[in-house]
Design a binder for this molecule. Structure first.
Ligand code: URA
Length: 315
């Protein structure tokens, strides 16, 4: 009986959602009885996703599972949502060992691993999750790390626009044997707002600029220190200077997919990254572990200020 109720609710919500804009655009959903979000270890048969997630308004994503757990801990401390006595955070995707997912009030934190393929999988499943949960007006953030171009290491870059490794403002994906391209624009209002949340006394600078999304950490980012390299130092510097001239302030490995998929899902998105090295000076990440950890937390600080101010407006 209980499972019948759950199923009835799911079918009803899917019918209701098929008319709504956003998160998913897939005609095949109409004929699906249920949906398995395999990498999140969730599904629509055994979980009431609406009950679990319908209040979600923000999704913060970063590469590392450990960092996303720590960000969830930080949200517990800093947001006005107290955990009932005796409760602790749990990894909602704990049944899968691929990604982590935490929920603190209306904020989800989720890891996305490294690179576009890993990010793309979890974004598909998060959009389906938010669709099944009947969420509305959700904003996505990527809080990550990057290599800077001409900015001091430890700075924060809020991406105004993103380019792929060929300097195109779109994501390319082979689909059914053909290259499909998807535009990858970011919401300019959120960029403006995020930059306002940088303070003069932060102890680091926050910039807005273009972000290049490479398909690789070494050759894809013009490094000279990979296992293989078939270009000269001059070739590398010419490329980085060309990027700098075009207004590119940092290089990372996920932004093009993040921007393109959020645009397809009709959700607002922002990419905020710490720079761990100035690539005009160096390829290797030489600061101590403690320093790198301190720098990597900086994008979260900016995004948290934004989330807190939005929650204040809503209450
Ligand atoms: N992440 C990147 O993708 N590149 C860097 O240089 C540093 C972090």
């Amino acid at each position: 009986m209980a499972s019948k109720t759950k199923k009835a609710r799911m079918v009803q919500s899917d019918n209701a959602l098929s008319d709504r804009q956003g998160f998913i655009s897939n005609p095949h959903f109409a004929s699906m009885e249920s949906d398995v979000l395999y990498h999140l270890a969730l599904d629509t048969k055994n979980f009431n996703l609406t009950e679990m997630f319908s209040d979600v308004k923000f999704v913060c994503m970063g590469g590392s599972p450990d960092r996303m757990k720590k960000l969830a801990d930080r949200l517990v401390e800093e947001l006005p949502y107290s955990m009932p006595t005796g409760h602790t955070l749990c990894n909602i995707a704990g049944g899968s060992d691929r990604y982590v997912l935490y929920k603190v009030g209306p904020v989800l934190t989720a890891s996305h691993g490294m690179g576009v393929p890993s990010l793309s999988i979890i974004l598909h499943e998060l959009f389906k999750l938010l669709h099944h949960a009947q969420c509305e007006d959700v904003i996505f953030f990527r809080v990550g790390s990057s290599g800077g171009i001409g900015v001091p290491p430890g700075s924060v870059v809020v991406s105004e626009s993103v380019l792929d490794g060929l300097l195109h403002p779109h994501m390319s994906l082979p689909v059914l044997g053909e290259i499909k391209t998807f535009p990858a624009y970011l919401n300019s209002d959120i960029v403006k707002d995020l930059v306002k949340f940088a303070h003069d006394d932060d102890g680091f600078k926050t910039y807005r600029g273009k972000t290049l999304c490479a398909n690789d950490f070494y050759e894809g980012q013009g490094r000279l220190d990979g296992a293989f390299c078939e270009y000269t130092k001059d070739d590398k510097m010419d490329f980085l200077k060309r990027l700098s001239k075009e207004g590119v302030l940092n290089i990372e490995m996920e932004a093009i997919c993040f921007a393109a998929m959020c645009l397809r899902a009709n959700v607002k998105a922002a990419v905020v990254c710490a720079t761990l090295v100035d690539r005009l000076q160096d390829d290797q990440l030489t600061p101590s572990h403690d320093t790198l950890v301190k720098w990597i937390l900086r994008p979260e600080t900016i995004v948290l200020r934004y989330i807190k101010s939005k929650l204040k407006e809503q209450n």
